[in-house]
Design a protein around this ligand. Structure first.
Ligand SMILES: [Mg+2]
Length: 412
């Protein structure tokens, strides 16, 4: 059956909220994130700041070099969460399911609420109009027959854009000559591998399907489908407020007895948990560690008292619990936080973006040590590495490196 999916994406969300709430900021390059004299990155910046070349995710010192006259603000996540809830109050009634991707982005399944594509288009425009009228904020909206195409559509015209992709054929036509990086789920690493095979455009992916499949496996097949406009993923309703816990776990290809490897894997899992928690502006007070041994017996340990949401604080509590457990070969390891609330305290809400976490240096230190130990650049590959499908591959690489090294237990 034909599906009707809308993707709404707020324009320069944090910066737009700050500008809306303070007229003096209007027309100025506004940069929300770390302060220029601190460590950290740009969270969001206004379109005026983008004209100077400032981008989200950019090191704050680099942003300052490009735009010293910018207005630098710390993020106020409590406020953005409140605004996000109000936005969902407008958007969600139009859909049978709403799946937030971040505080400022959501997929809406309007298949059951719109009569046809034209009606869905009317809904999309109403969402844009009401978001502007009632919230004083602009968004870009994409309407399409599947999620990947809806997301692509919302990115076509920004800010304050609307774009629709009605059919697979339209999607294929639109994307054919574009760089592979424009395809959903293609990060820098995957792009490099595709370039290495002589594939530069989306259209060339399907032309080289055998190469792509053998080089990239399952992800390769997903990419081939996407390049042909096929994406059957459902819009999964998710309300971060309902989330009782955030966790990430890994099953090793071979059981692991090397506890120094487990310690490092815990840090990666903690980084992944931190990333997800901060994306939704959530924090927890309890750290959970789950271990399944080679005999399939599982233990779950919990400890209260997590004060910061950063990876090192989470990992440190998990390490403590691990070291008190019996040492036996491990099949699965998981790290999570629970006791979730919406980052109320200033300390936790500012952590991730404003690298003011006391443990930020410590994280760098650990990652540098791991870089040498596993011959893998965890800092440079951070974003890519933490994705659900890639973290397994990275951990496997680590396990294999350890089993080859003279100090690795499996070698003995
Ligand atoms: Mg956005």
């Amino acid at each position: 059956m034909e599906r009707l999916i809308i993707h709404v994406d707020m324009d320069a969300f944090y910066a737009s909220v700050e500008i809306r709430d303070n007229v003096e900021l209007r027309g100025k390059p506004v940069i929300v994130g770390a302060m220029p004299d601190q460590r950290g990155v740009v969270a969001t910046c206004s379109y005026e700041a983008r004209r100077y070349g400032v981008r989200s995710g950019m090191n704050i010192k680099e942003a300052y070099r490009l735009c010293p006259e910018g207005v630098y603000l710390r993020p106020d996540f409590d406020k953005y969460r409140r605004v996000s809830q109000q936005l969902h109050g407008i958007w969600d009634p139009y859909a049978t399911a709403s799946e937030p991707i971040a505080l400022d982005e959501t997929f809406l399944d309007v298949t059951g609420t719109a009569r046809d594509f034209d009606d869905a288009s009317r809904i999309a425009h109403e969402i844009k109009r009401r978001t502007a009228d009632e919230m004083g904020l602009t968004c870009s909206v994409g309407l399409a027959y599947c999620k990947a195409a809806a997301k692509t559509a919302s990115e076509e015209i920004k800010p304050d854009g609307y774009y629709e992709i009605r059919t697979r054929e339209e999607f294929v036509e639109l994307m054919r000559d574009r760089d592979v990086r424009e395809l959903f789920s293609v990060g820098p690493k995957t792009a490099d591998r595709l370039y290495g095979m002589g594939i530069r455009t989306v259209g060339e992916i399907a032309e080289h399907r055998l190469d792509v499949e053998s080089a990239l496996g399952k992800h390769g097949r997903v990419l081939i489908d996407l390049s042909e406009g096929i994406d059957d993923r459902e819009v999964v309703p998710y309300n971060p407020e309902d989330a009782k816990s955030i966790s990430r776990e890994i099953t090793f290809q071979k059981d692991v007895s090397d506890y120094s490897l487990l310690i490092d894997v815990i840090l990666l899992l903690a980084m992944s948990v931190e990333e997800r928690a901060s994306r939704y502006g959530l924090c927890g007070t309890t750290v959970n560690l789950k271990i399944t041994y080679s005999d399939m017996r599982s233990v779950v340990k919990s400890r209260n008292g997590l004060r910061n949401r950063d990876a090192v604080s989470i990992a440190r509590m998990a390490w403590d619990m691990l070291l008190k457990l019996p040492r036996r070969p491990v099949r699965l390891i998981g790290v999570g936080i629970s006791g979730i609330s919406d980052g109320r305290t200033r300390q936790t809400t500012l952590l991730e973006i404003c690298g003011e976490a006391p443990s930020e240096d410590e994280l760098d230190h650990y990652l540098e040590r791991m870089r040498r130990k596993y011959r893998f650049d965890f800092v440079r590959n951070r974003e890519w590495m933490l994705r659900k499908n890639t973290i397994h591959g990275v951990v496997e690489h680590m396990r294999i490196q350890r089993s080859r090294s003279p100090s690795g237990i499996e070698r003995r």
